[in-house]
Design a protein around this ligand. Structure first.
Ligand code: 2P0
Length: 328
């Protein structure tokens, strides 16, 4: 099954817009149980379930309309050259929704994620685009189908359709119709995520090729899907009972295990910088001294701290550059 067959299954054949402009916002998200490795690369089907927290009002706002000449993409108010890789990736995705081959789109997309924060924007970007298209074409799709359409743009975008804690089921079907995200009905207003930006350099190996390399060459990868399934269940339990230390332990262990699989790849994939490791030690020392703080890391050198409101001031003292996100 390819992307266009999935789109046809969900929206039927492409239709004309029902309004002039479609608008939407979607939050970015940080995984506590990571998505790492695909069972199908064409339609982004994961080998393991994942669980994330959406980052409140940090994310992407998108406005989409039709245009008669050519596709036009504006990022943060700036027109992008048609050869820009952001534009071409978007165009390939928009091909799935054109009412006819000579209809074009104008897309205005704005990220309020500080570009230096080390927070992925493809997740909120594809989720906001799908939600804006749903508005433009009047599809009135249920969220599960919106999540599937976002997933075929970028895996982690399936989770950015929702706020709060979100689970993404790996699914088993070849067409991926059982691989969608759903929100957990738990609000945790005291929950905090602190972002520590240690480097803003463009990474040499992106997530997409990093996942493939790890799956194909790391002998440690074998154990990953089972470990992730186990952590996924423990995290759901921790969230349901608001057990912060279980949430922190499992999230930190899950991130470190994912990184261990990458380090075991060949050529080795090590996203950490010396500063990343220095900050890990600092967090472990603080924890030893009784401060309940944990971290998670994605495909990059930056750390995201997990803590509760009651420890915010002590952590701000220890990490003056940390930016605090309040997800609820
Ligand atoms: C995650 N990451 O769960 C994991 C942890 C990076 C590390 O999802 O190929 O950009 O578009 O499906 O979603 C990044 O992968 O990859 C990612 P594609 P995506 O957040």
């Amino acid at each position: 099954m390819d992307k266009s067959q999935i789109v046809t299954k969900i929206i039927g054949s492409p239709k004309n817009p029902v309004k002039e402009k479609g608008r939407a916002f979607a939050p970015t998200n940080i995984a506590l149980c990571k998505y790492w490795g695909k069972r199908n690369e064409k339609i982004n089907l994961p080998l393991n379930p994942s669980l994330s927290i959406s980052m409140g009002d940090l994310g992407t706002k998108t406005v989409v309309s039709m245009s008669d000449k050519e596709d036009q993409v504006f990022l943060n108010g700036e027109y992008l050259d048609p050869s820009n890789s952001f534009t071409t990736r978007l165009q390939t995705y928009l091909d799935l929704y054109r009412p006819s081959p000579n209809t074009f789109f104008q897309v205005h997309t704005e990220n309020n994620i500080p570009t230096a924060a080390g927070l992925a924007s493809s997740a909120s970007g594809f989720a906001a685009l799908v939600l804006a298209l749903n508005d433009l074409f009047g599809w009135n799709l249920e969220q599960r189908n919106l999540s599937i359409l976002a997933r075929i743009g970028s895996g982690s975008a399936s989770r950015s359709i929702y706020e709060g804690f979100v689970t993404w089921h790996a699914g088993e079907r070849e067409d991926g119709m059982d691989s969608y995200a759903e929100p957990l009905e738990v609000r945790w207003p005291e929950f905090r995520v602190g972002t520590l930006t240690l480097s803003t350099e463009q990474k040499k190996v992106g997530s997409r090729s990093g996942m493939r390399l790890t799956k194909e060459t790391s002998s440690l990868y074998q154990g990953w899907p089972d470990k992730a399934r186990f952590d996924f269940n423990l995290l759901q339990e921790a969230i349901t009972h608001k057990d912060f230390s279980q949430l922190g332990r499992v999230s930190e262990g899950n991130a470190l295990t994912m990184h261990a699989t990458m380090i075991g790849a060949w050529p080795p994939l090590l996203y950490w910088l010396p500063e990343s490791v220095a900050h890990m030690h600092k967090i472990w020392e603080l924890r030893e001294s009784g401060v309940p703080v944990y971290f998670t890391m994605d495909a990059g050198p930056n750390l995201k701290l997990l803590f509760l409101a009651e420890t915010q001031s002590i952590l701000e003292e220890n990490f003056p550059k940390m930016k605090v996100v309040v997800p609820f």
